[in-house]
Design a protein. Structure first.
Length: 348
């Protein structure tokens, strides 16, 4: 039975762990908040489950503890930063704040990050800017790893390369967070460790056979792009776009043969008032939200949802009733508590 905790207590615990590991207070607070937020949304592979891995990366020196991103280029509405392998959740928050500032001045703001560490769950970055009236797009790839084969091939070349979009709307923003592959490497690892198959045949083994056995990822297998064996050219095309707009624009990527876990990131912020106006934007998204909600569904099926609606509902329930952690995540936190002589939060 999962154990429930007050989200506030988990944020404090995660922050304390990261400070014990060597982070300054502000990056520790931002990363802790981002990881707990991912769990609140229900993205359990990209929340507190990552905290032990992050601590190990800090201890090994693979994640930089102190300092700030370096400005490589600055060109009005756009900028490129070298994130210097600083914590990716924090550097992405900084990039969003800077892109938002530029969008207020130019209508569009773009900040590209190269050599960032892992940025966890993209969805958690979207809600606040969207509620503030900005449309936000985040693209991310990891040039140090490869899990996804190009359509028609078997050899993995790319990572799941997520695309996240926050769209201002009433009463809540639309929050889109999708990988360009059918599943993620983290989910494959979770299912492999649990000894259970994936929910579908989402992988290829090294001979090109479709399978639900995550063990093939240890023996030359790959994750299928969105669309699978029939229409995977769509996910493949989107993945190529993400790689080009992150590693390509950043000027650092697979061609440089990096070996450390990390991220190349592009943040785009749009200010609707610089285009047709905020009210006009909300009028259009409002119509769309209502039309989708009123779409006729087959008998006995639930009403159509907007992307992010279920996540925001889960977040509200967890903030009210407590955040449930399964045994695996709880064991990870218990190990960190022992490692740093900290008290684990008291369950509800």
């Amino acid at each position: 039975m999962p154990t429930k905790f007050e989200p506030k207590s988990l944020r404090k615990f995660a922050c304390d762990v990261l400070m014990k590991a060597g982070f300054p207070a502000e990056p520790a607070r931002v990363v802790a908040k981002g990881l707990v937020e991912a769990d609140l949304y229900g993205h359990s592979t990209h929340g507190l489950a990552l905290l032990p891995d992050y601590v190990d990366e800090i201890a090994s020196g693979a994640m930089t503890k102190e300092g700030a991103p370096e400005v490589v280029s600055d060109f009005g509405a756009v900028a490129l930063w070298d994130a210097r392998r600083l914590p990716g959740v924090w550097t992405t928050e900084l990039a969003i704040a800077e892109a938002a500032k530029r969008a207020r001045s130019f209508g569009l703001g773009a900040v590209c990050l190269r050599r960032s560490h892992h940025i966890a769950c993209l969805a958690v970055f979207l809600e606040a800017p969207a509620r503030d009236g900005l449309a936000l797009v985040i693209l991310s790839s990891d040039p140090s790893d490869s899990h996804v084969a190009p359509f028609g091939g078997v050899t993995p070349v790319m990572t799941p390369n997520p695309i996240a979009i926050g769209i201002p709307a009433e009463p809540d923003p639309i929050l889109i967070d999708v990988s360009t592959s059918i599943t993620t490497a983290a989910m494959c690892a979770r299912m492999r460790n649990a000894g259970t198959p994936l929910p579908g045949k989402w992988l290829l083994d090294k001979d090109g056979n479709v399978t639900d056995d995550a063990n093939v990822m240890k023996d030359g297998g790959s994750i299928l792009p969105i669309g699978g064996v029939d229409h995977g050219h769509k996910g493949y095309g989107l993945s190529l776009m993400v790689e080009a707009l992150t590693q390509g624009l950043g000027g650092f990527g697979r061609a440089d043969h990096p070996t450390e876990w990390g991220a190349s990131v592009l943040v785009l912020a749009f200010a609707p008032e610089a285009f047709g106006g905020r009210d006009a934007f909300l009028r259009q998204t409002g119509w769309l939200v209502e039309a989708c909600a009123q779409s006729v569904v087959p008998e006995g099926k639930p009403q159509v949802r907007l992307p992010g609606q279920a996540a925001l509902k889960r977040k509200g329930e967890a903030e009210r009733d407590g955040l449930a952690l399964d045994g695996v995540r709880l064991a990870g936190l218990e190990g960190l508590a022992k490692r740093f002589s900290l008290s684990l939060p008291v369950p509800r």
